[in-house]
Unconditional design. Structure first.
Length: 222
């Protein structure tokens, strides 16, 4: 029994990999003269490796990838600014996102997003997916001064939804930051795993595992 369903953003509501690929193809076409000896598909594939699902800051990724392909390393700052300004234009949700959120809201459940990242950048993605009209609260780590898996951030989200952690379901893709973090804060959890594997050096998954957002509906009973 839950009063609120909380979601991670990247790779949970936002299909970050698909969206990033679309942006990178566009960025490559616009900046190809500065990127070195590389094809678009090579650039995108290598960027995703260096990016490590968003765990490496782009201020590190861009200089490294430019150096690898013989591009103009001094162009890194321009690419980073372009990424921050334009990436959200390519934001694409996971299948069923809107329908699932609307159904949860129709059931009377509070909805929230808890995401790590920079405030302006993440806010642009929330707006691009029109999530600001579908959820009740959005907590972004930079703005909150806290990062997942800090329990304090999950507790703050529960308070924003006017309920207790034990009455919250948290849905996220990151085993440590999302699932174990929310579990430690007293929430029930659903791991949206996609093609990822649970780390062998982490505690076992304490909650459900899902591979489609529609499966949240069976887990969230008011």
């Amino acid at each position: 029994m839950v009063d609120a369903v909380l979601f991670d953003l990247d790779e949970t509501l936002l299909d970050r990999t698909k969206s990033l690929r679309a942006f990178l193809r566009d960025q490559f076409e616009r900046h190809a003269d500065h990127l070195g000896h590389v094809r678009s598909d090579e650039w995108c594939a290598r960027f995703l490796v260096l990016d490590k699902r968003g765990h490496v800051h782009k201020s590190v990724v861009y200089p490294n990838i430019l150096a690898e392909f013989g591009g103009r390393v001094e162009h890194a700052d321009i690419l980073l600014a372009d990424y921050r300004a334009r990436c959200a234009r390519f934001a694409q949700p996971f299948d069923g996102m809107g329908a699932v959120l609307k159904e949860l809201r129709a059931r009377g459940l509070a909805l929230g997003i808890v995401t790590n990242g920079e405030t302006e950048f993440q806010s642009r993605h929330v707006e691009a997916l029109e999530l600001d009209g579908l959820v009740d609260t959005v907590l972004i780590s930079e703005r909150e001064g806290l990062r997942k898996p800090d329990a304090a951030l999950f507790l703050r989200a529960a308070t924003a939804c006017r309920t207790q952690p034990s009455r919250c379901l948290f849905v996220g893709d990151n085993p440590v930051a999302d699932v174990l973090g929310a579990h430690a804060a007293g929430m029930s959890t659903a791991w949206f795993h996609g093609t990822a594997e649970w780390p062998t050096d982490a505690p076992s998954n304490p909650g459900a595992s899902i591979d489609h957002l529609s499966q949240v509906l069976a887990l969230a009973r008011p």
